[in-house]
Ligand binder design. Structure first.
Ligand SMILES: Cc1ncc(COP(=O)(O)O)c(C=O)c1O
Length: 411
């Protein structure tokens, strides 16, 4: 892409006006929206209102007068169209990890004769950790985690499998798992599917209902831009609701919490999957961030994401300076999520050198440099700047500066 093509691509970009809705530091290319989405200006105003007027002035009355109590459902209903879910199947609550626990137990209770939870080694560790913890808690007679290679997942699904737990997009490589094939194969074997949508919600069209997916979870703080530690969401397909009780039976999932009855009776439907008091500040931020989606077509987002990741890969492949970096993400755009991952033994240091020069990306063990592409605010020019900077850093070995070797707690 030459300079004219680049300008044309950015001019023709139907999403280009959205960039101004975000706070992005000057002279910075932000390629980490798959870790933490940036602050939307409207979210800042909303939080000021929530803090000053609702909490500051109206105090506890806000649970009713500002409908705080309805926020977990209200926000969930804004997320539902993005994941292809009809009403009444999504709730906003807790973190992805905690929601995984609720859904793993739900699946095991729905079909207690089957104890095998099948997942892949390459998946995000918290998913595996939650299943490992459950296996320890319940014992292997009631829960056994099988970890296989992502590439052999389909052939490992068998008639003993209760649940397949898989990320839609692999957090490290950006590989898009085929939810249609996985769900069809699982169902043919009488197994269920739990999908982690953390790296696809907001960048890839998702059709949970149409595919018949059983359960899903996802992050609010990545491509949904809900802010650091934003509440997560979870999806339970209608056909699995009201059959078993979720295990974290807190009062917010009770049928009538303000009866203060000593016995737990679950609320009907998805609302049962709440546990304790929702964090209103975080939910308000996510609620406001989700208003953006009223005017956005996710197909446009995916198209732009594909064009940006393809441009990134093309530039890397054509740069002699970068020949030592291996492209970890799929070359086939259809199976590539909204990120480009590369690998290099000095990946951590290269990432630190990039950040020091204004291109923010991140590093994941082992040796992976990750560039998250967010079509709502990233431009074609951002991609060119990022790859040009990387060429300079690698060619001139700028990453060898000892300052870049110090490991931060968060990489
Ligand atoms: C795929 C995936 N699942 C889960 C998580 C963690 O979710 P939480 O911190 O909300 O438990 C992450 C965090 O980056 C993730 O990438």
């Amino acid at each position: 892409m030459n300079q004219d093509d680049l300008l044309l691509a950015d001019t023709n970009d139907v999403l280009s006006t959205l960039r101004d809705l975000f706070y992005l530091p000057p002279n910075t290319v932000y390629l980490d929206g798959n870790s933490l989405g940036p602050l939307l200006k409207r979210v800042e105003s909303r939080l000021q209102k929530t803090i000053r007027e609702e909490w500051g002035q109206d105090l506890i009355a806000s649970w009713n007068s500002h409908n705080w109590i309805d926020l977990p459902v209200k926000v969930a209903e804004k997320i539902a169209p993005l994941v292809g879910a009809a009403k009444g199947q999504v709730i906003c609550a807790d973190s992805v990890s905690v929601n995984l626990f609720k859904l793993l137990v739900t699946a095991l209770q729905l079909n207690p004769k089957r104890t095998r939870v099948l997942s892949v080694e390459e998946t995000f560790p918290t998913d595996l950790y939650m299943a490992q913890g459950l296996q320890k808690l319940l014992g292997e007679a009631r829960c056994t985690l099988s970890r296989v290679k992502e590439a052999s997942l389909i052939e490992e699904i068998n008639d003993e499998t209760n649940l397949i737990m898989i990320s839609h997009v692999n957090f490290r490589s950006g590989y898009v798992n085929d939810l249609k094939v996985i769900t069809e194969t699982a169902h043919r074997h009488g197994a269920m599917v739990l999908v982690d949508l953390s790296h696809s919600a907001g960048v890839i069209p998702i059709e949970l209902d149409a595919l018949g997916v059983d359960f899903a979870v996802g992050c609010g703080y990545k491509f949904l831009n809900g802010g650091p530690g934003a509440p997560a969401f979870l999806y339970v397909n209608q056909r699995h609701q009201n059959k078993v009780e979720q295990p974290l039976s807190g009062w917010m999932g009770h049928r009538s919490p303000f009866d203060f009855s000593a016995d737990y009776i679950p609320r009907p439907g998805i609302a049962q999957y709440q546990s304790g008091t929702p964090g209103i500040i975080g939910l308000s931020a996510l609620d406001e961030a989700m208003t953006l989606w009223a005017d956005i077509d996710i197909q446009d987002v995916r198209r732009k994401s594909s064009a940006l990741t393809s441009l990134f890969i093309d530039k890397v492949q054509n740069a002699a300076e970068l020949s030592d970096l291996e492209i970890v993400s799929p070359l086939d755009v259809e199976t590539r999520g909204s990120q480009v991952s590369l690998s290099h033994p000095d990946g951590y240091e290269i990432v630190q050198a990039m950040i020091a020069s204004g291109v923010i990306c991140d590093y994941r063990e082992p040796e992976v440099l990750r560039f998250g592409i967010a079509p709502l605010y990233n431009s074609f020019e951002d991609i060119i700047r990022a790859v040009d900077l990387m060429k300079d850093i690698v060619k001139n070995k700028r990453y060898r500066d000892p300052a870049f070797g110090d490991r931060n707690d968060v990489t």
